[in-house]
Design a protein around this ligand. Structure first.
Ligand code: BGC
Length: 779
């Protein structure tokens, strides 16, 4: 009896203490439920959470003094969120980007050491590997650097579609095809996130140009959105659950992407099952309340104006508490997973050596050999090379803007060749190095975030060329192209060669061919350039892309045959710019009037871009309308040759079918082949492209004579098209041809299967529809 009384007294004392304690100490994130934490938050605290922690640029008065004075945890990171210590909510740190962790390498408060990050190859190169395991490894490496530098979310991958080769940020994106972009992105996301840090896939959606990027309206049909521009994001979300999605700057059919609840909530969360947060692109959108209502949970980098607008909207009853709480809940649930919440210690000592090795290996796997007449490559004997072109000595490792990385070094091609014991013509090398240095000194100061003006090619006299051709064993000429945020590329002197480049190429070819010596062109480019008019002049062409900090070594690994090239184009090289299906409508036109109020730090003008090519983007256009590109989608050579067996289907009646094919290396050196599966749909039903990529795989390194059987399984979702009339994904009945191929036009083996009756794969509703009539290209 006395014992029971004692325990009752103890329980009463304990209950009273915890009740007093909980009045003093509010709910804590992690210890209490997210709902309890939200219930304890004031409106001001909720708004502190949904508005990021400011940025000094472009206008310091856009942030509070308190924010301005809060020291950055990681100098140079792109943004932070507010901490709310009372509730156990930490501040998060976000850093760009697709090619490496973009932070400051030198810290003012700590000059005793450096904080360099690895410069990995650009996204377009990674996609050209067609190797999801490789991209996963790059993600693991990049994510480990993010973790080691105290970052919570990496603002990557960029995964917009290459609608037009002039897109200024195409290098940050993967492909013209949504399947490749989606699968490669998912592999990357899984790799990064395996380190316990997050990713923010971007820029959602239809953000395919830089021209007036804050104000441009992408006018796109529902079908093109679903099948092309949203598809890559859908695959990445379903396959890899990124922690965050970054909404894009542009408008889609009249409304800012960050203000569209059909995009950010109905489709992203409702149809695809996204569980993370949506953050805006930096200063994107114009109306903070609409953004909250749309499900754009976090406004980055956040401004005082937005904070005031949201508080007012809540007080005026314009923004419901329920909506704001939902945004806050998304953010809190995501915070629970972060290193900052878990209090993880970070070393600030990433393994830069191991990651440089990964960067080098990845770079070699994504380079694409476009031409190799009479076995010009590999350059097996380490002979003497006459090395031409500014970019040979000043290699472009990556693009500019937020996709850039503060890396410790870049291996140029001359260094790469010397490292591999090739001999260079030293007088030519010295002349180039001097020339480049002089030109750079003369160049006006440019903001390091922006694209510097290119240096015109050095003039090499015919006499000197003749001497070099007598002396050296071969010539290598590098053509360089850079691009970056804010501006799209141009046709003249960018997509097309400059007059100086043409002259140099012609004269080099004349001089070296007169001596019976070969000329190799290396394309150090972020995207396609015109090659049809000049490739006949030279013996070999290698697309090295923007290969990251180990670029020079990686190019030489391929040129020397240490690595057999296995990259394939994930974006078409058209014959001429005018062949591009969006040539006439890209990047759109400026409209009269002024930009709507709100944030527009770069003074962009209202403009619109009409995607009247519809679903016929890239190879979907070239193959359907019989326009021959210079090098088609999926194309790339190897130093060996592959043969394909007959494709076998598990059934000739479709619902789920497995296609298998055996691939054999019948050449003389080991190599990897990219096996591509395209499907041609029957004529009845919705009009379809001539063929569409539905699956792909890269073989292992096959020894001469070795074979591998590759199998792909197709289900109705893979074959479905979006029918705008019924707002659903459907598979039309009829006979489908499965084509196993080495590129979009090199079909190796085909088989057919029948779909007995229409399959409705998923029903949706009318969303994102254009508000103006759109005359789209059709078959
Ligand atoms: C870019 C984003 C980037 C952000 C933060 C924006 O200008 O569009 O891709 O993540 O800045 O640096």
């Amino acid at each position: 009896m006395r014992r029971r009384l004692l325990s009752l007294i103890l329980i009463w004392i304990f209950a009273s203490i915890s009740s007093v304690y909980s009045q003093v100490r509010p709910p804590q994130l992690g210890r209490n439920s997210v709902e309890e934490v939200i219930a304890a938050m004031t409106t001001e605290e909720k708004v502190r959470l949904v508005v990021g922690m400011g940025f000094v640029f472009p206008n310091p008065s856009l942030q509070t003094e308190e924010d301005r004075n809060t020291p950055e945890k990681v100098p140079g990171a792109a943004g932070r969120t507010h901490a709310i210590p009372r509730l156990g909510i930490p501040s998060l740190t976000f850093a760009d980007g697709p090619a490496g962790v973009r932070i400051k390498a030198i810290r003012e408060r700590d000059t005793s050491r450096t904080y360099y990050a690895t410069g990995f190859p650009i996204a377009t190169l990674l996609a050209s590997s067609w190797d999801t395991d490789l991209v996963n490894r790059v993600g693991v490496a990049m994510g480990s650097e993010a973790r080691d530098y105290g970052i919570d979310i990496l603002l990557a991958p960029g995964m917009n579609i290459h609608r037009n080769p002039l897109g200024g940020r195409n290098f940050e994106y993967y492909s013209e095809d949504p399947l490749i972009a989606g699968k490669i992105a998912a592999a990357f996301v899984r790799g990064v996130q395996s380190n316990g840090v997050g990713t923010s896939i971007k820029h959602f959606a239809a953000n395919n140009q830089e021209f007036n990027r804050f104000q441009s309206n992408s006018i796109v049909s529902e079908r093109a959105l679903r099948e092309i521009y949203l598809k890559s994001f859908e695959i990445a979300v379903r396959d890899s659950q990124p922690w965050a999605v970054m909404s894009s700057y542009n408008r889609i059919n009249g409304i800012a992407a960050s203000e569209r609840s059909d995009l950010l909530t109905t489709i992203l969360r409702g149809e695809w099952g996204f569980k993370g947060i949506v953050m805006s692109d930096w200063w994107g959108g114009t109306d903070a309340t609409l953004q909250m209502q749309a499900g754009n949970d976090l406004l980055m980098p956040g401004t005082v104006v937005q904070t005031q607008a949201i508080i007012k909207a809540v007080n005026d009853g314009v923004l419901s508490k329920k909506t704001l709480d939902q945004n806050v809940a998304h953010i809190l649930n995501m915070i629970l997973q972060t290193p900052s919440f878990k209090g993880s210690k970070y070393s600030d000592q990433p393994d830069l050596k191991a990651n440089a090795d990964t960067a080098r290996q990845a770079a070699t796997e994504g380079m694409v050999l476009l031409k190799n007449d009479s076995g010009t490559l590999p350059l097996t004997a380490p002979g003497k090379i006459a090395l031409f072109g500014n970019a040979s000595y000043d290699l472009i490792a990556g693009g500019t803007g937020s996709g850039d990385v503060n890396k410790k070094y870049v291996i140029s091609l001359d260094q790469g060749l010397l490292n591999a014991r090739y001999t260079l013509d030293e007088s030519l090398r010295k002349a180039y190095l001097r020339f480049i240095e002089n030109q750079k000194e003369k160049r006006p100061e440019v903001d390091p975030f922006r694209l510097p003006p290119p240096i015109a090619e050095m003039d090499v006299e015919t006499k000197q060329l003749e001497q070099l051709a007598r002396d050296a064993d071969a010539a290598i000429l590098t053509i360089g192209r850079n691009s970056g945020e804010f501006v799209d590329r141009k046709v003249d002197d960018d997509f097309n060669l400059t007059a100086a480049e043409k002259t140099l190429m012609q004269n080099t070819a004349n001089a070296f061919h007169a001596q019976g010596k070969k000329v190799v062109v290396v394309l150090n480019v972020g995207g396609p350039i015109e090659i049809g008019s000049w490739r006949g002049l030279v013996d070999a062409v290698l697309v090295a892309w923007l290969p990251g900090q180990e670029g020079g070594n990686a190019v030489v690994d391929v040129l020397s045959g240490k690595v057999n090239p296995s990259g394939r184009l994930a974006t078409t090289f058209p014959m001429s710019y005018s062949d591009v299906p969006s040539a006439k409508t890209f990047p759109g036109k400026e409209l009269p009037g002024v930009a709507p109020s709100g944030l527009n730090p770069f003074g962009d003008k209202p403009s619109e871009s009409t995607y009247d090519e519809g679903i016929y983007v890239g190879y979907r256009y070239y193959e359907t309308f019989g326009v021959s590109p210079a090098c088609e989608f999926g194309y790339g050579l190897s130093y060996t040759t592959f043969s394909y067996g007959n494709v076998k289907l598990s059934s000739d009646k479709f619902l789920v079918v497995t296609a298998s094919v055996s691939v054999t290396n019948y050449g003389k050196v080991p190599g990897k082949e990219v096996v591509q599966l395209y499907v041609s749909a029957p004529k009845q039903g919705l009009p379809k492209p001539a063929l569409e990529l539905k699956a792909f795989a890269k073989t292992k390194l096959l020894k001469p004579g070795e074979s591998q059987t590759i199998s792909f399984t197709l289900s109705p979702k893979d074959l479905a098209s979006f029918d705008p009339a019924s707002s659903s994904w459907i598979v039309d009945p009829g006979v489908y041809t499965i084509k196993v191929a080495a590129s979009s036009s090199r079909i190796k083996s085909s088989a057919s299967m029948n779909v007995a009756k229409q399959v409705v794969v998923q029903k949706s509703q009318k969303l994102l529809a254009p508000t103006v009539s759109l005359r789209e290209l059709s078959r």
